[in-house]
Write a protein that binds this ligand. Structure first.
Ligand SMILES: Cc1cc2nc3c(=O)[nH]c(=O)nc-3n(C[C@H](O)[C@H](O)[C@H](O)COP(=O)(O)OP(=O)(O)OC[C@H]3O[C@@H](n4cnc5c(N)ncnc54)[C@H](O)[C@@H]3O)c2cc1C
Length: 377
C-alpha cells in the first residue's frame, strides 16, 4: 500500500517533532503532517525551558537566547523578593529556531513530512487509519494527535478537549533588562489571581506577558505603561498577541491505536501554562507504548494511566493555588511579602523546594506555612 506509515504524527510542534524523531530512531516509518508551510512560524511562547528539561530531552542548544540565573517576585506596591543561583537553571529560547532544529534533526533520523497540509479527518480503514488533508490521503498503523490547541480532530473522535482554558498574552519589547533574570509581578492591577512576567531575550529586549482567565489585554497594557514608561504604547499596543492555553487534561487520550499528546491532551502546567517539559515527558511515555504496540501488538491504554499518574498531582495543586490566589487581595499580598522579607530564613527554607518543572511540593509547602497569614482555610 502506497503512503503507509507505522505512525503518522499530526502536528509539527515540539511535542509532535520530538515523538517523530524518537520513533524514527527506533526504526519505524514515520510521517509528520503540519498545517504550516514552515515549522515554528508565528509561535506565541515565552520560550522558557528548564536546564533539566534541555538535558533530559537533548533539546537544540542553537535556539538558546539567554541563560537564567535569578528570579524575583514583586508585590503590588513594589516589595521585591529575589533569589539567585550560582549557575543557570533555565534557558530562554527562540521558538522558531527551537522548533526548526527539532524538525531538521527528525528529518536526519528519517522522518518524512508534509508541510502546508491541514488534516481534516481520521478514519479507520480496515486494519489501518486513513488520514485526510488537502484532498489527499495517507495510511498509518497508528496515529499521534499533537495538534496543540486545535482540538477539532480529537473532538470528532469523541476524545474531547480540555475542561477549561487560560489565556496567555505577550509582547516582545526593546527594554533594558538584566539578561539573566526573570521578574514576576503579582497584584490585581496587572494580573488578578495570576501573575505578569518580564523574561529577557537579551540585555536589550524582553518578553512581557500575563496569563489570565480571559484575553483582556488592558491589564498588560497598564503593566507595560507603569513599568516601562519609555515604551511608546501607541506603537506597541497592536503587538500584544494572545492565545488560549489548556487548563486541565482531556478525559481520554487513547482510542484503539490513536494517542493524543502535548497541549492537545492538556499536558500543560496549570500553574504557569508552560507545556514543553510536560508535553515531552508524556511524549516519552507515548513512545514507549507505541513501540510495544507496533512490535508486539500490545494495547496503548497504559499510556493514559502512566502520564496521568505522573502529572495529575501537579494539575490539582496548580488549580488549587489558582483558586486561592484569586481570593487573596493586594493587602494580604503586601503583608505576606513583608513577613517573608523580615524573616529572610523563609526564603532559604523555601528555595530548595522550588523545582522549575514540578511546582506542587513548593506550593503545598508555602500554603502550609502561610495559611495563618493568608487568612484562608
Ligand atoms: C503566551 C504564552 C507563553 C508560553 N510560554 C511558555 C514557556 O515559557 N515555556 C513552556 O514550556 N511553554 C510555554 N507556553 C506553552 C507552549 O507554547 C505550548 O505548551 C507548546 O507549544 C505545546 O507544544 P505542542 O507541540 O503540544 O503544540 P504546538 O506547539 O501548539 O504545536 C501544534 C502544531 O500542530 C499544528 N496543527 C494543528 N492542527 C493541525 C491539523 N489539523 N493538521 C496539521 N497540523 C496541525 C499546528 O500548526 C502546530 O504547529 C506558552 C504559551 C503561551 C500562549
Amino acid at each position: 500500500m502506497r503512503h503507509l506509515y507505522d505512525v503518522i504524527i499530526i502536528g509539527g510542534g515540539p511535542v509532535g517533532l520530538y515523538t517523530a524523531k524518537k520513533l524514527a530512531q527506533k526504526g519505524f516509518k514515520i510521517c509528520v503532517i503540519e498545517r504550516k508551510t514552515r515549522v515554528g512560524e508565528g509561535v506565541l511562547c515565552t520560550g522558557l525551558i528548564s536546564k533539566e528539561g534541555f538535558e533530559r530531552f537533548s533539546l537544540p542548544v542553537e535556539s538558546i537566547l539567554t541563560q537564567i540565573k535569578s528570579f524575583a517576585f514583586n508585590s503590588p506596591k513594589g516589595q521585591r523578593l529575589e533569589y539567585s543561583y550560582s549557575a543557570p537553571f533555565a534557558f530562554v529560547v527562540n521558538r522558531e529556531i527551537f522548533d526548526y532544529k527539532l524538525f531538521e534533526s527528525a528529518i536526519k533520523d528519517g522522518v518524512e513530512y508534509k508541510l502546508g497540509v491541514m488534516v481534516r479527518s481520521i478514519d479507520k480503514d480496515g486494519r489501518f487509519y486513513a488520514i485526510y488533508g488537502n484532498d489527499r490521503k495517507w495510511w498509518a498503523r497508528s496515529v499521534v494527535i499533537a495538534t496543540g490547541n486545535n482540538y477539532r480532530l480529537q473532538k470528532n473522535l469523541g476524545l474531547g478537549k480540555p475542561p477549561g482554558f487560560l489565556y496567555g498574552l505577550q509582547v516582545e519589547l526593546p527594554v533594558n533588562v538584566d539578561e539573566t533574570n526573570i521578574e514576576i509581578y503579582l497584584g490585581k492591577d496587572y494580573a488578578p489571581g495570576s501573575f505578569a512576567w518580564v523574561v529577557p531575550v537579551n540585555h536589550r529586549g524582553a518578553r512581557i506577558g500575563t496569563i489570565l482567565n480571559d484575553a483582556d489585554s488592558e491589564y498588560l497594557k497598564r503593566f507595560i505603561k507603569e513599568k516601562f514608561d519609555s515604551v511608546d504604547m501607541e506603537l506597541e499596543r497592536n503587538r500584544i498577541n494572545s492565545k488560549p492555553i489548556a487548563y486541565g487534561p482531556i478525559k481520554k487520550s487513547v482510542q484503539d491505536r490513536i494517542i493524543v499528546v502535548g497541549e492537545a491532551a492538556g499536558q500543560v502546567k496549570t500553574t504557569t501554562g508552560g507545556g514543553i517539559f510536560t508535553g515531552l515527558l508524556c511524549a516519552d511515555i507515548a513512545i514507549n507504548y507505541l513501540e510495544q504496540a507496533l512490535k508486539k501488538n500490545r494495547p496503548l491504554d497504559g499510556y493514559e494511566v502512566e502520564w496521568r499518574s505522573a502529572l495529575s498531582g501537579e494539575f490539582e495543586v496548580g488549580k488549587k493555588i489558582r483558586r486561592i490566589a484569586s481570593s487573596i487581595n493586594d493587602r494580604t499580598l503586601e503583608h505576606l511579602f513583608s513577613f517573608v522579607k523580615h524573616n529572610r530564613f523563609w526564603v532559604d527554607l523555601l528555595i530548595p523546594k522550588i523545582n522549575f518543572d514540578y511546582h506542587s511540593d513548593f506550593l503545598l509547602y508555602c500554603l502550609k506555612s502561610f495559611i495563618p497569614l493568608l487568612k484562608i482555610s
